[in-house]
Write a protein that binds this ligand. Structure first.
Ligand code: KG4
Ligand code: ZN
Length: 347
């Protein structure tokens, strides 16, 4: 087969994404986001997200086909996020993908959202170097993965024990009175702050913690520490320098993330590190990972920020890898799996 033409659908959270790729070439990346509808609640409201996916699905598919200059009947396969994510939101994408596959008589791949975050890098930097270590940091996940073969084998080395990194950014932003989603706001405001003013806790980095949780994360402690700091300064009547708090918080989180990702590469003897997920768009994380990796002799690949956040192209990219690797399609009866395990790359 020549390079496969794959349409990917992503609806695990608040982005309705439809992407079209040919091999590793990105042809279309149409995304409709319901983020503004959730902003006043300070977090994604599942029912609102599901309804928005329903309304956006058909127009987004049409836009993607138009952008790619293809007709639906031309695609070789359909890929869709089967999990993990919000179950009602996932269901909309899975139902849409199955309808397309059935009507067009095309193979379907129900794939893992986290593996898709790794696959998307191929659209910018070409075939994946394997084995690789991947660190995925988003609003729903913070994981370090060992990836011997993205189509067939992904091993979890560690994950967050409580909040995801992006969730911590969003919650801290709320405490500081910044808009939702908080990650980009903190990134922006931290640029004018001093990251050394407040020494916020770096979770699971003590010697004892490293022994048990070498590649795990914990971000709920720092979230509470920021809230306590703000509360106590308010009580004392002190003016809070939001930029300093944002910079100090961001420094603590990105310090831990970058250190653990590089440590995983060293321990596994793996030369390549791939970053993905919304928090991989963070400028300080990108800088710290790149400088520390260079010192450690690790090569880093980070997709451009627009591909780090949720989109359909990442799902199409993983579908394309599956087709090219000769992986069998999913049986039609697979469902939406809100807690799909990371070692299950597809159904
Ligand atoms: O991957 P994503 O779009 O959706 C999930 O799968 O969760 O990630 C969204 C998360 C949000 O928590 C958002 O605040 C965070 O990524 N984020 C950032 C930045 N851009 C997005 N966090 C830190 N710095 C950023 N520049
Ligand atoms: Zn994601």
């Amino acid at each position: 087969m020549t390079e496969p033409l794959v349409l990917g659908i992503e609806t695990s959270c608040d982005e309705t994404g439809v992407g079209i790729v040919r091999g590793h070439t990105l042809l279309a990346d149409a995304v409709a986001s319901s983020v503004e509808e959730h902003a006043r609640f300070g977090g994604v409201v599942p029912e609102v997200a599901s309804r928005a996916h329903l309304e956006a699905m058909v127009p987004t598919i049409e836009r993607a086909c138009k952008d790619a200059g293809i007709k639906l009947k031309d695609v070789d396969a359909i890929a869709v996020t089967a999990g993990p994510g919000l179950v009602g939101a996932l269901l909309v994408g899975v139902a849409a993908a199955k309808s397309l596959a059935y009507a067009l008589d095309k193979p379907i791949y129900g794939v893992n959202h986290l593996a898709s975050h790794v696959a998307v890098d191929t659209l910018e930097h070409g075939p994946l170097p394997e084995p690789a270590i991947a660190m995925l940091v988003s609003g729903g996940h913070s994981s370090i993965l060992h990836v011997p073969d993205l189509a067939k084998e992904v091993i979890s080395l560690g994950a967050t024990m409580d909040d995801a990194a992006g969730e911590a950014f969003d919650k801290v932003a709320r405490v500081l009175g910044l808009a939702f989603p908080g990650g980009p706001e903190i990134d922006r405001i931290a640029k004018s702050g001093n990251p050394t003013v407040i020494d916020f806790p770096r979770g699971l980095t003590s010697k004892a913690d490293i022994e048990k949780h070498e590649f795990d994360f914990s971000f709920s402690g720092i979230k509470t520490a920021v809230a306590r700091f703000v509360e106590s300064e308010n009580k004392k009547g002190n003016q809070i320098n939001i930029a300093d708090v944002a910079a100090s918080f961001q420094e603590a989180v990105t310090d831990v993330l970058s250190a653990k990702a590089i440590a995983a590469c060293k321990k596994q003897g793996v030369e390549y590190l791939i970053l993905g997920g919304g928090v991989a768009a963070n400028s300080r994380l990108r800088y710290l990972v790149e400088t520390r990796a260079e010192k450690a002799g690790v090569k880093v690949r980070i997709p451009r920020p627009g591909l780090c956040t949720d989109n359909g192209a990442m799902v199409a990219a993983l579908g394309s890898i599956m087709v090219s690797s000769g992986v069998l399609p999913s049986p039609m009866q697979f469902g939406a799996d809100s807690s799909m395990p990371i070692n299950l790359i597809h159904y």
